[in-house]
Write a protein that binds this ligand. Structure first.
Ligand code: MRU
Length: 353
């Protein structure tokens, strides 16, 4: 899709990130040469979206390995653990961050070899995480085709889950893209997604490039749209899915799920198995990130609220599993009871690795 890569590793040991804070008006890149800079890019949402921040963190560890001055593998492992701590703390909700970091650390621990080989092993693992992400997203798109209407499809989509939120292709937006590529007549209502406007800025930008018909709506309009127009499916991404199917995703997802249930509209979560946290029994154990008040009180640097206005700004909410029709993973479509179907999807993945 977007020929501008969300992230790119340069041979000289530089991670280049497309700066998503200034899209769609400006194409700007941020270069990272340390894990600390990568963590900063994740925290400031220069790079964002659960799979993208997982892959970026993996490359952040590759940066530590790449530029590490000593010849002692144990020293490098200690440096990697320190970088991992910094990266893991960049954002709390998306489990992909921890998943990717743990995967790299396991690889480093299993490689009792000299530093240059260890460095190459870690970079190879980061590339593998990035490449698998793209294959995963394409597989999710193909599985979704089986459960979507065969001809015309009208979607509601929340936040940004496209190439920008992943290494490429996207999850929920990847489903929309697959439907379009396979000849279905697609129309998308795009939630603008307050407060950071990932829908209005990023999803609309991606849909423009793909030539897919869309209309941006305010977040509060989705109930009205479902009541007055035919909607075939709501599709959203996820940042962490608990073992019972409760799903943390961008703030506003829960309202959307309730509105979908009230109007009998199927509510689908595009769910790479890397986003399933079987250690979280239910949604109450998922940490919800709170972000700065300025995201709400200001628009493009200009204050819109009275001085001293108090703000509550949770970046995510948790949709209880009972409002979710199906979760579409790279291994197939999971239906309720999710406790059983999600576990099976995760185990299928671990068997095929
Ligand atoms: O705060 P963001 O923009 O990182 O939130 C992104 C989302 O909530 C996405 O829906 C989720 O990460 C899935 S992206 C494929």
């Amino acid at each position: 899709m977007s020929k501008i890569a969300t992230m790119q590793w340069l041979e000289q040991g530089v991670l280049v990130l497309l700066d998503q804070r200034v899209l769609p008006h400006e194409i700007r890149f941020v270069q990272c040469t340390t894990a600390g800079q990568t963590a900063e890019a994740i925290a400031t949402m220069t790079v964002r979206g659960a799979p993208a921040i997982g892959a970026a963190a993996a490359y952040g560890l590759a940066l530590t390995a790449w530029h590490y001055p000593s010849h002692q593998p144990d020293d490098l492992r200690a440096a990697l653990n320190e970088s991992a701590r910094v990266l893991e703390n960049a954002r709390p909700t998306a489990i992909n961050l921890k998943w990717a970091i743990q995967r790299i650390l396991r690889r480093a621990d299993a490689s009792n070899i000299d530093v240059s080989l260890l460095r190459a092993t870690i970079l190879a693992e980061a590339h593998a995480i990035a490449n698998e992400d793209i294959q995963t997203n394409k597989a999710i798109g193909m599985h979704a085709l089986d459960i979507l209407p065969p001809q015309a499809i009208t979607f509601i989509h929340h936040c940004n889950t496209g190439s920008l939120a992943t290494v490429d292709y996207g999850t929920a937006l990847g489903i929309i893209r697959t439907a379009h590529e396979y000849g279905r007549k697609v129309m998308v209502y795009v939630d603008e997604t307050r407060p950071r406007l990932q829908g209005a800025r990023l999803t609309a930008w991606e849909l423009e490039q793909m030539g897919i018909a869309y209309k941006i709506i305010t977040d509060g309009a989705s109930g009205h749209v479902m009541k007055n127009y035919h909607i075939d499916a709501v599709v959203v991404g996820c940042d962490r899915v608990a073992a019972n199917g409760d799903t943390a995703n961008k703030i506003g997802t829960y309202n959307l799920a309730l509105a979908a249930a009230a109007h009998g509209v199927p509510f689908y979560v595009a769910c790479p198995t890397s986003t399933i946290d079987l250690n979280a029994p239910d949604g109450s154990t998922i940490p919800i990130e709170e972000r700065p008040a300025e995201e709400i009180t200001h628009i493009e640097g200009r204050r819109i609220c009275p001085q001293g206005a108090q703000v509550y700004n949770p970046a995510f909410d948790v949709t209880p599993a009972k409002w979710i029709t199906a979760m579409i993973t790279e291994h197939g479509v999971c239906r309720p009871p999710f406790k059983k179907s999600l576990r099976e999807a995760v185990l299928t993945g671990s068997r095929t690795k």
